[in-house]
Design a protein around this ligand. Sequence first.
Ligand SMILES: *Cc1c(COP(=O)(O)O)cnc(C)c1O
Length: 373
Amino acid sequence: MIQFLDLKKVNALYETEFHEKLKSVLEKGWYILGNEVATFENNFANYCGTKHCIGVGNGFDALVLIFKGYIQLGKLQKGDEIIVPANTYIASILAILEADLVPVLVEPKIETYNINPDLISEKITFKTKAILAVHLYGQLAEMDKINQIGIQYNLIVVEDAAQTHGAILVESRKPKVESQKAGNLSNAAAFSFYPGKNLGALGDGGAVTTNDSELAKTIQSLRNYGSEAKYQNEYIGVNSRLDELQAAFLNVKLPNLDAENNSRRRIAKRYLSEIKNEKIILPFWDLSENHVFHLFVIRTENRNHLQQYLLENGIQTMIHYPIPPHKQKAFSNWNHLLFPITEKIHNEILSLPISPVMAVDEVGLVVSVLNRY
Ligand SMILES: *Cc1c(COP(=O)(O)O)cnc(C)c1O
């Protein structure tokens, strides 16, 4: 059986170093907001090219704390509207709601699964104050266009980079080729280190990256009960700190992230060039480093049938995600809304196995089984 994602194998690579880190944390006897967290924040800010990184409890909290930070700074207010892609993972939308803001859904492009920038302006009202650009499945959203809209309408732009650690935007229009990484393409970005993400911890974890020193300072305080100096509370904060041990594990894995992303890209290139079946629509990729293939998502008309066929041939697949947010029971007031592209995507998508530890012959097997379908 080819597993969809063999996480045990992914992490086995680092086992010795993980043990050493555990030993060192035990010896130090410091478990919350210690050296490992500070080091990781520094390492990850450097990696993304941002001035600041703040480690938090998970990716959802990273998003919520960005919005709450802007509220504390008076740049957002309860009830403000936030533009977000209609086909995103539910956490993006829940985070907006958790901060007492109002999500406004916009259709994606069917080729890239990312928000269609041409459909944003028509959803902007006097209440719109921000765009949450989600880099879905590992591919950067069209940040040039999105940031342009942000400037035009004076909106805050936030990245949901939970699936995109290390993706690079190459600005070909600039005379000198300038590249910028996910997390450094907007006012502030949220990352998740959930175990299955491209940079995954051995439990929950998250981070905010930003070049805005005021926002960074506010979030640093908000994640720790709104307190900077012990027992003095400046804000109504929460407890959402990146765990010291998880930070230690992430410090072990970060230096290998680019290599792991390249392994994913190599598999994606093979899928894109070798899968030849009229019933299967492959994802669009411009072959630049703007995609880190958190997921390799194909489309097909009879998705459940294809999934069953693959399973019978020993290949495990997943659906990210089977029900669009506006059709969820939790959002019964949205159930009547029509998002035809989003609904088509959710009906037709299937995620193929892809990971840095997938063997060459496993990729070949997936290709040949798909080509026989
Ligand atoms: C994983 C994910 C999140 C949430 O991250 P958690 O660490 O699970 O809270 C948010 N947005 C997207 C797009 C994600 O994939």
